[in-house]
Write a protein that binds this ligand. Structure first.
Ligand code: HEC
Length: 100
């Protein structure tokens, strides 16, 4: 019974577009609802393209929590798990570039 479920979960974790059941800590969903108006994956908008961002988890986390210049602070609006989900999502998008 789990034979079909397991590969589907693996695909979802790899970020290939199958929606996850965990909306609250789904990095892609969080990004699309809170960040996309200012950040695109490949191109500069109000803020830098995701692929042009720092790849350092500490820098990403700190910028999301505390903001920087035009970048709003999200520390009060997102919990730690959500910030981590966004950091992972950003790094996945950056990894796609190097891996494929
Ligand atoms: C109102 C527009 C706006 C929104 C919304 C926004 N950002 Fe930003 N973001 C910016 C701008 C502008 C910068 C560049 C800041 C600077 O000049 O240092 C930035 C910078 C960043 C950086 C730093 C990149 C680096 O290389 O250090 C990260 C990471 C980032 N944003 C992530 C996010 C995430 C994740 C969200 C959603 C939770 C988000 N941003 C929402 C405008 C925005």
């Amino acid at each position: 019974m789990n034979r079909t479920l397991v590969p589907m979960i693996a695909i979802a974790v790899l970020g290939l577009g199958i929606p996850s059941a965990h909306a609250d800590t789904d990095g892609a969903k969080l990004f699309n609802s809170k960040c996309k108006m200012c950040h695109a994956i490949d191109s500069k908008k109000v803020g830098p393209a995701v692929k042009a961002m720092s790849t350092d988890a500490g820098v990403l986390r700190n910028t999301i929590i505390n903001g920087r210049k035009m970048m709003p602070r999200f520390g009060k609006r997102l919990d730690a798990a959500q910030v981590d989900a966004l950091v992972s999502y950003i790094q996945e998008q950056q990894g796609d570039q190097a891996d494929k």
